[in-house]
Design a binder for this molecule. Structure first.
Ligand SMILES: Nc1ncnc2c1ncn2[C@@H]1O[C@H](COP(=O)(O)OP(=O)(O)OP(=O)(O)O)[C@@H](O)[C@H]1O
Ligand SMILES: [Mg+2]
Length: 604
């Protein structure tokens, strides 16, 4: 963990780069909306008082006199009252216009902000170490990048902006209302904290219900998804009735949760209506009394009642916004965890030494970050440059781990005394640049993964452009060319994320072809022929041995026939070196290797 983003706001501000100007413009527009909206009741007030009722001049500000004079004088306007209606209409148009601009700029800002968040997260996540990825669940990471990103987007583009808008609205309305009657304003204002507090408390309570409904919905869709993807298993085991019942029970719970939620929501809206109604009633009655007693004019009364009504909805929304804002804090922290995780980094003086050298493991011991026991203990061996090296071992004996360490997918701890070191030539791999090392060590992973795209795109994934001849050559060596040509679309066959159109063995062979394209000096095949039959295995090995001349080849397998022709074979047993030597030496040794060999020979 580094602490790049020490506080939540520091990270949000970083994400806001590039969109902040749009947010500012949208905020200015929202102030203008508020102004034009709230000025209408004032216009009505002046129309009534100035032209209809003819109140004393003193209650009308002097700038109104100036404006009236400009428009042709009081008598002229009185004779042409429609002009006032035109002014009110102009205000309405201005409100609509600025509201449009507000929405537009707010949406642009929100989308730019979200895009920056997604881009930054993605760029950071793909640079995080392999170890980080194996410690953090993919589902959780995706959730953080989708729903937490959405929560933060809403927080900034809706909640923060609305908080600002509503505050401005309340301030402007209050200003106008105080100008009319301080006494009446007190009656109106006293309800604001009550309504805000009430809806704040209510929303805090109901948000738990929403969370429950969310997780229930998650479970429901997980069940549906599991059944869709695992439809073959469901059919094969005749589990339809059981699965149907499971789904129905979950669906029933989910529906009931919603009904409960709606019941609580309805009660809230009804009671909130009551409080707001009470406020409107009080303001209307006391205002009327004041008006009759000449405390305020008729125009002022009308304006006050309209301004008061204009506050009802925003004040209610304020409570909800405040209570929802607390959720964003959690989401921001969840993203901060990702953003503060350390990316893979090389030392500034990282080396790029020649790679066609001996590879030496010196007393390597390793345990995974979350494990307690050593997965590898005191492993030492030498792989001579340009030879073929076999690694044999039972499941979980640490074969793949050896290769991950060599490729620096996991890093050996700093201390050489405790955990040993891995050398290529006379350079410790700790000092080698990661990208250089990985470019030069071709690793065919045990569980190959194909990206959504065509077969040729997948095979040429390490290349900047697809050269079909090279792709075919690689596929031929991997014994895949013929199979591909039997597909309708050949090399243009689309393979999905899960590579559903390919068999396990075809996928493995695609991964082999993929690696061969790079022609790396070190090639590792981690159990890469386990899903093909022994004859194909032999064919591929023969083709490989012809093309990999000069490269160091490491073959990992459970199957002795795959390894027996290697120059040297390492037998790994529970993370320790059990035996090492050529096939003949190991057979003569009469140890584990010989035992496995005898068992497998009988099986053939
Ligand atoms: N990312 C990981 N985090 C924690 N433990 C792990 C991790 N990967 C592997 N292990 C553990 O390390 C041990 C060695 O695993 P490894 O994958 O190296 O075995 P393997 O010899 O390749 O087995 P197989 O033949 O089944 O592929 C196992 O006990 C495994 O559970
Ligand atoms: Mg393995």
């Amino acid at each position: 963990m580094n602490n790049k983003y020490k506080t939540k706001s520091q990270m949000v501000l970083y994400f806001l780069k590039g969109s902040v100007i749009f947010f500012v413009i949208s905020m200015i527009c929202s102030v203008l909306v508020t102004f034009f909206e709230l000025v209408s009741p004032k216009l009505v007030q002046y129309t009534v008082d100035y032209f209809l009722v003819d109140v004393a001049d003193s209650s009308v500000p002097s700038y109104i006199d100036y404006v009236v004079d400009m428009l042709g004088g009081r008598d002229y306007l009185r004779a042409h009252l429609y002009l006032m209606a035109v002014v009110v209409a102009v205000c309405a148009v201005a409100t609509a216009f600025f509201r449009y601009l507000f929405k537009l700029f707010n949406s642009i800002a929100a989308e730019k902000f979200t895009r920056r968040m997604r881009d930054t997260l993605f760029e950071h996540i793909i640079r995080l170490p392999f170890a980080w990825h194996s410690e953090n669940h993919t589902g959780d990471i995706i959730q953080r990048c989708t729903s937490d990103v959405d929560t933060i987007k809403n927080f900034v583009s809706e909640q923060m902006i609305n908080l600002f808008r509503i505050s401005v609205r309340i301030a402007v309305a209050m200003y106008f209302m105080i100008g009319i009657s301080k006494y009446l304003t007190i009656f109106s204002a006293v309800f604001i904290p009550i309504i805000v507090l009430y809806s704040c408390l209510f929303h805090r309570r109901i948000s738990k219900g929403f969370e429950k409904a969310d997780s229930e919905e998650g479970r429901l869709s997980a069940t549906a998804q599991e059944n869709l993807t695992g439809v073959r298993v469901v059919r094969a085991f005749g589990r339809e009735a059981y699965e149907k019942e499971r789904f129905e029970t979950q669906n029933y719970h989910y529906t009931n949760l919603w009904i409960d939620l709606i019941r609580t929501l309805s009660a809230f809206w009804a009671s909130n209506d009551l409080i707001s109604g009470l406020q409107v009633m009080l303001v209307t009655i006391i205002g009327a009394v004041l008006c009759v007693q000449n405390g305020i004019t008729v125009g002022e009364y009308i304006a006050f009642v309209s301004l008061n009504a204009m506050l009802t909805w925003p004040v209610r929304a304020l409570g909800r916004i405040i209570s929802e804002m607390s959720k964003a804090g959690v989401s921001i922290d969840r993203l901060r965890y990702i953003m503060n995780s350390e990316e893979e980094k090389d030392n500034v003086d990282a080396l790029e030494p020649p790679m066609n050298r001996d590879i030496v493991f010196e007393n390597v011991s390793y345990k995974y970050g979350n494990g307690t026991e050593d997965v590898l203990s005191d492993v030492s061996f030498r792989i001579k440059a340009g030879t073929t090296f076999g690694v044999l071992g039972g499941t979980g004996s640490g074969k793949s781990t050896l290769m991950y360490l060599m490729d620096k997918l996991y890093d050996l701890p700093e201390s050489v005394e405790d955990s040993g070191r891995i050398m290529i030539g006379d350079v410790d791999i700790k000092d080698i640049k990661r990208s250089y090392l990985r470019r030069n060590i071709g690793l065919v992973l045990q569980e190959p993964f194909l990206f959504s795209g065509t077969l040729s795109e997948n095979i040429a994934i390490t290349q900047s452009d697809v050269n079909l001849k090279e792709v075919r050559d690689a596929a031929k060596i991997a014994d895949l060319d013929e199979a591909i040509r039997n597909f309708n679309k050949g090399y243009e066959t689309y393979v999905g994320e899960r590579g559903v159109t390919l068999s396990g063995g075809q996928k493995q062979r695609t991964a082999i072809a993929q690696m061969l394209m790079g022609k790396p000096p070190v090639m590792i095949f981690d159990d890469s022929l386990s899903a093909v039959d022994t004859r194909t295995d032999a064919r591929i090995r023969k083709a490989l041995s012809e093309t990999t001349l000069g490269s160091t080849v490491i073959l990992i397998s459970h199957r002795i026939t795959t390894l027996m022709h290697a120059d040297t074979i390492l037998v790994l047993d529970k993370g320790r070196v059990a035996e090492i030597g050529s096939h003949e030496e190991l057979v003569a040794n009469n140890g584990i290797y010989k035992r496995i060999y005898d068992i497998q020979k009988q099986g053939i």
